[in-house]
Design a protein around this ligand. Sequence first.
Ligand code: FE2
Ligand code: FE2
Length: 264
Amino acid sequence: MAERPLRIAATADLHYGKHSRGTLHDAFAEISRSADILLLCGDLTDYGLPEEAEELVADIRAAVRIPVLAVMGNHDFESSQPENISKVLDGAGVNVLNGEAIEIGGVGFAGIAGFGGGFGRRMLNAWGEPLIKQFVQESISHAVRLEQALGKLQTEKRIVVLHYSPIRATLEGEDPEIYAFLGSSRLEEPINRFKVTAVFHGHAHNGILDGRTSTGIPVYNVSAPALRKTGKPYLLSVLKTVAVLSLTPRFSEVPPKSGGWKPL
Ligand SMILES: [Fe+2]
Ligand SMILES: [Fe+2]
């Protein structure tokens, strides 16, 4: 087994519309040349329409030759068709993680959209009106499913892929009034417990690019609008000393979920 670093490219909040084809073609081609895997951290479409997802997968098909993992974002739910969006992505070989885990190149990836709820002592609790309890329950459910996904991974290195932020730090620059809708500390608990290697999230268009959990785990906000200041709409992160067998060499050969990768 040859060992070499795993190069992870990550981006989010692409917000593809019905006429977005081509927007990220060149960036995808660049990613495909410089990274081993691409993470798409939600808000892939603008209104959650399958036609919008088709525009995105046209660019992915044309330019990406490396494995792609994705989670959904709130915009991808807007038209109440997340299954159809997922189907379009799946058809192009993109692995959509919805509380699932997968191993690629000896590294484990656990992904889920996540949800809001707020942070620390100000986190919303399940108390009062039924709708508040429902909101909090959704937040808890995403954290539990993330924990279950992490529990399935046997790898030494574990990466978490989210849309919502697990920490407050990367939201700096956003209006404090909306922090509770941008993420939740509940997601941070399993990340700390499983000693995750790194976390990638989106959703915070106006946030800052990195922060750390309370136990020091690096958290990267890869929202494309936030990344714009770096000159590139994606982040390239290198995981050192990772055992890599052979990553899927050609996009056309990327198998569906039940194929050669190791869905857990
Ligand atoms: Fe977004
Ligand atoms: Fe979002």
